[in-house]
Ligand binder design. Structure first.
Ligand SMILES: Cc1cc2nc3c(=O)[nH]c(=O)nc-3n(C[C@H](O)[C@H](O)[C@H](O)COP(=O)(O)OP(=O)(O)OC[C@H]3O[C@@H](n4cnc5c(N)ncnc54)[C@H](O)[C@@H]3O)c2cc1C
Length: 424
């Protein structure tokens, strides 16, 4: 059986890893590097993710996979310090004492109550039809919403913030509230997640599979059976296709009636700059959420998480989600986006510009589904109405109620299982 996998991100590579050796597997990726949203730059002898990445203790499939490839010793659990920028100051928000300095006492009591309540909810499905904002205000009041959650929701979802479901929020609160007195521990692979992407791709190749660069422009189907895919004008015959593309990209390359499922998941984009710096910018904050009039929602000083000595320089991400292709962050050229970001950084940290040695900018339109109310019903199945056509990615059940590397690896595995089951 020949299986073509469209997309060499984690979902595609995970499916390929499970199927290679038993199927003839071809992974087709349009970008020069594999890894998709988790791909990396190669800079002066080191690798660093194009978008900031870390993992959580509950990311079981991902952690097991890292171990399986003998890369476990690279996985380290480090303090991921967070902070808030507002009223012209950086407020560290790691310990109860620090939080007390940033929020009124009454808000802290209500926030603690909200967190306890969120943690006690086992089944989030009924919260899929409730707006997160309404649930927060009902549970903890307007002040907690305005002072704490509004900047977070604005940073993550922009204009869509009032559409997001309480199910998404509950998922996030549960993951992010597992912190001790010294703050949250986050996982990172020293040397970067690049090593995992490479290990997966190498394993596929060792088992006789292929990874190739190309853009799939059509999936050909006859009598509800997969025939071939068109890649840069060349037709590749196959028995099966696994698509990991965002639903609205998939609908451009196939007759959607063949899927037996509606494709109506909205996505949002990200414009993320990585800056190489001569010196550190913040004292001890890895992740800074920002409540100020600047064109980005967060500043992530990577080398306040992983030591700068690993890179020989300081590294910082500056990032913003955007909600449509009309956004200035998508329409403008790279230099203009960087100018906007640097102007904002100069406002927050006077003298910032002088520290910048180099920059890279990565932008994509489909970086995260918008987990709006009613999202759960839109989740796409692994198996479709067309024989031989499978789906796995950020839109899969495994990535609900938040997409992650672990979710996409699990989606790839589950999809491969569905493929194998269909043959029994
Ligand atoms: C800003 C940002 C920060 C993140 N931070 C974290 C984090 O800290 N922790 C975490 O666990 N997760 C994080 N994630 C999420 C994680 O990176 C993704 O959920 C995961 O990598 C998605 O994998 P995927 O394979 O499902 O999709 P993708 O990575 O999107 O893979 C799809 C692939 O298909 C390719 N493709 C598209 N069209 C075609 C075509 N026509 N032909 C061929 N190839 C095509 C794309 O180039 C892409 O490589 C983050 C994501 C972003 C954007």
């Amino acid at each position: 059986m020949k299986t073509v996998i469209i997309g060499g991100g984690l979902a595609g590579l995970a499916a390929a890893y499970k199927l290679a050796g038993r199927d003839e597997v071809v992974v087709i990726e349009k970008e020069p590097e594999l890894g998709g949203m988790a791909s990396s730059y190669s800079i002066d002898g080191y690798h660093i993710e194009k978008y900031y990445h870390h993992i959580f203790a509950g990311d079981k499939e991902l952690i097991d996979l890292i171990e399986e490839f003998g890369l476990g010793s690279r996985l380290e659990w480090l303090r991921g310090s967070t902070g808030y920028y507002f009223n012209g100051n950086v407020y560290p928000m790691n310990t109860p004492l620090e939080i007390l300095k940033a929020l009124p006492l009454m808000d802290i009591i209500r926030l603690t109550w909200l967190v306890l309540k969120a943690k006690s909810i086992k089944d989030t499905a009924p919260f899929d039809d409730i707006i997160a904002k309404d649930w927060i205000i009902d549970t903890a009041g307007e002040s907690v919403y305005n002072n704490f959650f509004l900047p977070l929701l604005s940073g993550k979802f922009g204009d869509n913030k009032e559409k997001v479901s309480a199910a998404w929020l509950l998922g996030r609160v549960r993951i992010r509230s597992n912190r001790g007195t010294k703050g949250e521990r986050l996982g990172y692979m020293r040397g970067g997640f690049h090593a995992l992407v490479e290990a997966m791709a190498d394993d596929v190749r060792k088992k006789g599979g292929r990874t190739m660069r190309g853009t799939v422009s059509r999936i050909e189907v006859t009598n509800r059976e997969i025939r071939s895919v068109a890649v840069d004008g060349v037709s590749i015959e196959c028995d099966r296709v696994i698509s990991t593309l965002a639903p609205h990209s998939l609908e451009k390359i196939i007759d959607t009636a063949l899927l037996g499922h509606e494709l109506n998941i909205s996505y949002q984009g990200t414009a993320c700059a990585l800056l190489g710096l001569t010196e550190k910018v913040m004292d001890d904050v890895y992740w800074l959420n920002i409540k100020d009039d600047v064109p980005f929602g967060a500043v992530i000083e990577h080398t306040n998480f992983i030591p700068a000595s690993d890179y020989g320089e300081h590294l910082m991400y500056v990032t913003s989600y955007f909600q449509s292709s009309d956004s200035v962050l998508w329409r403008s050229d790279d230099e203009e986006v960087i100018r906007l970001y640097l102007d904002g950084l100069e406002k927050l940290f006077p003298g910032f510009r002088k520290k910048v040695k180099w920059w890279r900018l990565r932008r994509d339109l489909d970086t995260a589904p918008v987990y709006e109310v009613g999202y759960r019903k839109k989740v796409l199945p692994y198996e479709t109405g067309t024989r031989g056509l499978y789906l796995a990615g950020m839109f899969s059940e495994a990535n609900y109620p938040e997409r992650s590397m672990n979710g996409s690896i699990m989606a790839g595995f589950k999809c491969a299982e569905a493929v194998m089951k269909s043959e029994v």
